[in-house]
Design a protein around this ligand. Sequence first.
Ligand SMILES: [Zn+2]
Length: 491
Amino acid sequence: MKYLRISVSSGLRTLAGPAIDWAWRQLLTAAGYGWREVSITDPCDIAYTTKTELPSKARIVILASPQYWQAPSAQRLAGLAVNDPYSALRYSGESFTPTLCTECDGRFQLERDIIFDLFWFLTGQEEKHWPQDVYGFYTLPKPWLAERVLEQAPASAIIEKFGALLKQAGYDEPLPRWPQGRRAAAAITHDVDYPEVVRWLEPLRIVQRQGLSGVGAAWQVLTGRRDHWAFPRWMELEANYGIRSAFYFVARQGSLLEYARGTPDPFYDVTAPRFRELFRTLIDGGWEVGMHASYLAYTSREQFAAEKQRLEKAASTAMMGNRHHYWHMNPANPDETLQMHADIGLLYDTSLTHDRYLGWRRGSTLPFYPFATQGAATCSGREIGVVQLPVAWMDAQLSRRTDLSQPQREAMVIALIDHVAAQRGLFVANVHDYVFDEVLFPGWLATLRAVLERITALGDFWVATPATIAAHWRQRYQRVLACSYGLEEGR
Ligand SMILES: [Zn+2]
């Protein structure tokens, strides 16, 4: 394990110690380096400091912007350069200066506070200002949409550029990011929302969606000759590509009445024999059975834990991972829900995603351990010990858009895969279980096929279940931490 000697100025630590330490841990572990924290007066590889506290013996100096750390959520994104978000990230009100590294007196000096930038993206500071609809879904501001910020994954771009800077400064090859010498990773996931149709209701929904052309299929559903039980077909498709996915099941059984009253939980019962048998088949074949927390699970830790137990009992296996139905974490305080994941003993969660927008909500194509901010003091807080696996694409984000042709949809998702490859990140797809039907959902499955073809063609992706990927990330993270010193909580 390679490690770097790093020093953080005491002024910065007083200002935002826990947040700064956390951001550094995410950066260095992702980059694959361990660390030894040293005093600012000692020789070091990296100093994170201000102009007034410049060390005399540092190979790389990253200049901090204390004014950002004083009010993180007050910084609003004004722009981002396409293809190089690292060098041209601008907050509004800031006089923008180029931030390329310059070599002076034998050292590299970075005049851009990339540690703050990383913190700002990964903790979703600007989200606090955005309008939310009844489901808690955000509407993004214009600069974010116009410059396709989410699709660029700026936080990962920062990590990659930082790694390149270390190489430029002569540091050795770091710890590999993915197993088997693979460049990037991918996981396919399925939210199981409607595996069983309501035979008198679904035909109406089909006709509503497809008009007269849907009458034939609606009749087939009404008469029981067409349904949503697509699990065997999913397994066959994925086995043909040599991959295994995760299926997320809702343990709480909803009803039409509840649905009409605003709690849109699915109607199936995970304890029914049909589902118990399905769980066995999936697990025996190497698929992952995960948890799809109900719409309001976040409102009660006891309910959330009870859902987990109910599913664990029905599937006779421990639940490693979760995704919230409707991505529905506490809309006013997602950090609180992230903390609940740790409280109920999950290995990973994969819910930090925008419902309507393609790309990475927190700017990262890499797994990370989230940071829970506490109250008004944004920079005091703590790391949450549950891996977050960021989703790149959900089927409905593109399939419901009538302004796009099918080739355009496929091209947009393939661009995300190529971006992940370039950033050596993780590509997570979410395709609902019930859309495996070209008649009922034309084009939905085709986009996933295009995804699988691209990943296969690239040939250097590690495709695994989310639980396997999260376990790898945790093991790698802890390995780096175990041979590092400093940048710890509670200093
Ligand atoms: Zn769902």
